[in-house]
Write a protein that binds this ligand. Structure first.
Ligand code: FMN
Length: 333
């Protein structure tokens, strides 16, 4: 009962933060969460399940999507919310400020966010330091990207630098070439770059696995691709033995007045789930897929699993519904 009351209170606070500009309230929310965690706030899981996925042990199938904890500053606080895993980042080799503000907008009537942050982060070395001092043992994915001023021809080097640095600390590494907010980034999906990037990362992974444990590589895809293109991507991914796919990032198809950025939340659910269904049919039943996009309640979470996902991530749902959403999902039955 007390647990429910505290959750209700925290969820009310989440709603109250909507009076502030979106980016400021995200930061305020994370700082408040850290304080609450220090005061002993936890979302506890009623049952003691243990899911083994790609050799990693998860206590449930719900994860935090990349982008909320870009620098690993809030790992223990976010772990206390009951997630089965967290994806940190996206990080780049050098710190960078990202795009100019305002770059994060709420569309409350649609339970959506539009963001054009542009990989604002403190750099891979900072993230690695934060990860190495965390207390929680929650499984961590680390999402890697390229700096905005690295030309596409050299993008591979940025990904290789990040992969090497995060490898000893990650349970999986997410390759993010699907953000709409770094100019030209999605061009890395073009034939000219894609196969070379993927095979170089695979080679590096094999080399690093001789020193450290094997860490799976997941590629995060965009929802703005057609079926033919998806088919070609899948061929390369399977040929290169990439370990899994994260489906999907935000969509650049929206009519927000800012005219830029990617949309997430409720309006993304249909599109990202359609891609998930097609993807599952292309890769077969055993290939690992993490779903992301538009999960705002338990039914959406279940729909992602029914559509072929092995694990499911949320971001925008947490912003709109607060930690009560996690409780509803992980304690459903
Ligand atoms: C503010 C914001 C920042 C994000 N930053 C990243 C990022 O750095 N890397 C990434 O791979 N995805 C990023 N994403 C995309 C999310 O990880 C997720 O894939 C997407 O929002 C769809 O899930 P959702 O509808 O549950 O939010 C970001 C999303 C938002 C809203």
């Amino acid at each position: 009962m007390l647990k429910k009351l505290v959750l209700y209170f925290v969820t009310l606070c989440t709603s109250a933060m909507k009076i502030f500009p979106a980016e400021f309230s995200h930061e305020l929310g994370l700082i408040s969460l850290r304080l609450l965690c220090m005061l002993g706030f936890r979302v506890t899981q009623n049952n003691d399940t243990n899911i083994i996925f790609k050799g990693i042990s998860f206590k449930n199938k719900l994860g935090l999507a990349a982008g909320l904890d870009k620098n690993g500053d809030y790992i223990d606080a976010l772990a206390s919310l009951g997630f089965g895993f967290l994806e940190l980042g996206t990080v780049t080799p050098d710190p960078q400020k990202g795009n100019i503000k305002p770059r994060l907008f709420r569309i409350s009537s649609k339970e959506a966010l539009v963001n054009s942050l542009g990989f604002n982060n403190k750099g891979v070395d900072y993230l690695v330091e934060r990860v190495s001092v965390r207390k929680s043992s929650i499984p961590l994915g680390i999402s890697i990207g390229k700096n905005f001023d690295t030309p596409l021809k050299k993008a591979k080097d940025d990904y290789l630098i990040c992969l090497e640095k995060v490898f000893p600390y990650a349970n999986y590494v997410a390759i993010n070439i699907s953000s709409p907010n770094t100019e030209g980034l999605r061009d890395l999906f073009n034939k000219e770059y894609f196969s070379d990037l993927i095979s170089s990362l695979k080679l590096k992974q094999i080399e690093l696995s001789k020193t450290y444990m094997y860490v799976p590589l997941f590629l995060k895809i965009s929802p703005n691709i057609d079926n033919n293109y998806l088919k070609q991507l899948v061929e390369v991914i399977l040929e290169e033995n990439i370990d899994g796919i994260i489906c999907t990032n935000t969509s650049n198809i929206h009519n927000h007045p800012s005219g830029k950025g990617g949309i997430s939340g409720k309006p993304l659910l249909e599109l990202s789930t359609e891609i998930l269904v097609t993807l599952r049919s292309l890769v077969g039943k055993d290939f690992p897929i993490i779903a992301s996009g538009g999960v705002m309640d338990l039914a959406d979470f279940q729909r992602k699993l029914d559509s072929g996902a092995d694990l499911v991530q949320i971001y925008t749902g947490l912003i709109y519904k607060g930690p009560a959403l996690i409780d509803r999902i992980i304690n459903a039955d």
